[in-house]
Design a protein around this ligand. Structure first.
Ligand code: 0X9
Ligand code: ZN
Length: 427
């Protein structure tokens, strides 16, 4: 990917706002359109190269009549990925297969994950346009240095394995981690490892905003707001998902659990009714909530980030995939108690829904799951926090999907910026 960018940059003269080595948004998207088609879910060539992670895990479809049934499945440790009418599909480990095959569950279909996963040492060639950790960091660094009057890069903190959670800040008066009184917006990608499209949406949003920094509306947001973009909130998991020789369908962080299993679901580890529903206490499960709320360095750093920036008014955490824009609560079937907030949530989600063709949805209508980041952000800071479930079929939807997803989501993000000065002006 990086070599591709470099050769393109050498071949095409850079737009004036970018330093010579910085690829423009169009150049980045040029690459995105140059590869077409979804990744075929082909049988794996070298089964011996398979990491233990896919061993004994299945892609499973079971009956689940309603959201209560879905929440119960999450609690049993089932990782729901798709909801289709009265059925759900997702990933189950060996410990769950017995239960799901029993009479009390309606098992419709199961396929060994090992048979579905394409072989790769990094992003596979069809997906070379996706940014891995180093490429994401390099692009953020280039964007910051080419726009050093308004952009800066800092680390929110280090992960379990010692990687930095990089965050690009766009603020015309303050750099790095200095405090700001301007209303703030925070865009975050890739809290779940395998949801790589969310990294692309976030990092290309950054590239687009800076390339369009002289457009009247963008210029206004850049001079009046405090904007943060962290495209990879779970870089350990994200790298693990692509670096072990094959896509791993990996969701969690890389915590070493007491029972020797790996990973805590960061979107169950926040202190919002922590581990009460739709989460598992079994460490091997994909929805493991961790030993306690905020047990993980990644969630701790995000907590500190939000608590130290009370100027933040709006937030999107990007996930994939369901084409939905979710608003609180997700951990509780009730509506948020503050009527003004509720109306603002619904109105803003609806407007962003028109721009993306995603469905505005109360999060708990998907399923009740406690400990998610958006519930905590809203409850703890009052910032209007949305969970985007991007479009696509599958976690590895291929290169062709990226351009449209990025373009649609830039529109929604720019709309969110347009209300960040006062989100209640929409009601
Ligand atoms: O389950 C999740 O964490 C999110 N879906 S994903 O497929 N990306 O894993 C949805 C979170 C929505 N929040 C709640 N329903 N609480
Ligand atoms: Zn997710």
């Amino acid at each position: 990917m990086y070599k591709l960018i470099l050769s393109l940059v050498l071949a095409v003269s850079a737009a004036p706002v970018f330093a010579a080595e910085t690829p423009s948004y169009d150049q980045l998207l040029g690459q995105l359109t140059s590869v077409q088609g979804e990744i075929p879910l082909a049988p794996v060539a070298d089964k011996a190269a398979f990491a233990a992670e896919t061993e004994g895990r299945y892609w499973v479809t079971v009956k689940a009549a309603d959201k209560r049934a879905r929440t119960k499945l999450l609690e049993a440790g089932f990782d729901i990925v798709e909801i289709n009418g009265d059925k759900v599909s997702g990933i189950a480990g060996p410990e769950l297969m017995g239960l799901l095959s029993s009479k009390s569950y309606g098992l419709v279909e199961k396929t060994a994950l090992a048979a579905l996963v394409p072989d790769t040492k990094d992003f596979p060639s069809q997906d070379a346009i996706y940014h891995n950790y180093q490429e994401t960091y390099d692009l953020l660094k280039q964007l910051a240095s080419a726009n050093s009057d308004i952009a800066s890069l800092f680390s929110i903190g280090k992960t379990v394995e010692g990687r930095d959670i990089w965050c690009l800040r766009l603020n015309s008066s303050v750099k790095g981690e200095g405090p700001s009184t301007k209303p703030g917006a925070f865009f975050m990608g890739n809290l779940h490892a395998r949801e790589h499209l969310t990294t692309e949406v976030s990092v290309l949003l950054a590239a687009w905003l800076l390339e369009h920094r002289n457009d009247a509306d963008v210029k206004k947001y850049l001079s009046t707001l405090d904007i943060y973009i962290a495209p990879m909130a779970n870089p350990d998991g994200s790298e693990y998902d692509i670096k072990t020789g094959s896509y791993q369908y990996y969701r969690k962080n890389m915590a070493k659990n007491a029972d020797k299993s790996r990973g805590v679901d960061l979107n169950r580890n926040f202190d919002s009714w922590w581990c009460e529903a739709g989460a598992s206490t079994y460490p091997g499960s994909d929805t493991y909530c961790g030993p306690r709320a905020f047990s993980e360095p990644e969630s701790q750093h995000l907590k500190r980030f939000f608590e130290g920036r009370r100027n933040l008014k709006t937030h999107i955490t990007y996930h994939s995939y369901a084409s939905e824009i979710l608003y609180p609560w997700g951990g509780n079937e009730a509506d948020v108690p503050n009527d003004k907030d509720k109306r603002a949530f619904i109105k803003i989600a609806t407007e962003m829904g028109k721009l993306t063709n995603y469905a505005p949805t109360k999060s708990s209508d998907m399923y009740v799951a406690t400990g998610d980041s958006a519930d905590w952000v809203y409850a703890a800071t009052g910032a209007l926090a949305f969970t985007f479930e991007l479009e696509g079929r599958g976690f590895y939807p291929g290169a062709a999907i990226v351009k449209g997803a990025v373009e649609r989501n830039i529109k929604a993000a720019v709309y969110l910026l347009s209300v960040t000065d006062d989100p209640y002006k929409v009601i």
